[in-house]
Design a protein around this ligand. Sequence first.
Ligand SMILES: Nc1ncnc2c1ncn2[C@@H]1O[C@H](COP(=O)(O)OP(=O)(O)OP(=O)(O)O)[C@@H](O)[C@H]1O
Length: 260
Amino acid sequence: MLKIDNITIAYKDVPTVVDFSLDMAGGQIVSLVGESGSGKTTVIRAVLGLLAGGGKVTRGDILFNGKSLLKNTQEQWRNLRGSEISMIFQDSGAMMNPTRKIGAVFTEYLQTHEKISKKDAWAKGEEMLEKMRLPSPDNIMRSYPFQLSGGMRQRVGIAMGMTYQPKLLLADEPTSALDVTTQAQIVRQMMELRDDYGTGIIVVTHNLGVAAYMSDYIVVMKDGHIEDQGDRDHILHHSENDYTRRLLSAVPSMGGESYV
Ligand SMILES: Nc1ncnc2c1ncn2[C@@H]1O[C@H](COP(=O)(O)OP(=O)(O)OP(=O)(O)O)[C@@H](O)[C@H]1O
């Protein structure tokens, strides 16, 4: 489904991520782990064509269902984002305008993606919140982001991102702003997305515990390159890479349980 073929990504001509490759099948869950500044966010932003600060893929290619994303026009990006590929962030609530209610944001999101009346968009928004098992969808639609807990805001973000059942969901530190119990709920919910909709997921996390729990495949990044990679079991139990082992020794538990 997604093939990242030996890319180099540079900010203002300074190569920051080098020789990064990933071949990901539909419905697979892949984690990118590594400490701050290792280039994880840069990689997933490149996949969505949203590199900030003059970032550019200067070598290699990114193929989505066999088609190069690097050649996309703005119009092709607009059609792809939110429908075929979605992204959720560390704190979806913080991405939302604090002065606007969830319902206004959600209906506007739907109306930028399809021709739909406000009333139908509202109903569709509620339906998605309900599908993500958020309690009292009507109430949530009428709330400001700050009136919801961090976990609920994150589930609203997931509900929006999943509206069009994307084949690929990019999640940038989706649980980092949450307490451990809520972290575990969000992680389980993302795993259900794969089971229910066949969505492939790339999770960026510095938390190897989260990666260990939910991924099929783990890529360990360090200083802009792939330091280690492999199936979950390989990384957790058989890797001989010193850096991976160091990360593993520092794994916190999730919700009181250790998943490694
Ligand atoms: N907009 C930007 N302009 C210039 N350089 C950037 C920009 N964004 C990131 N970088 C550089 O790219 C490198 C990788 O950053 P990136 O955010 O991808 O790492 P990360 O592993 O996701 O870290 P974190 O967990 O802190 O987000 C950093 O060293 C940073 O200096």
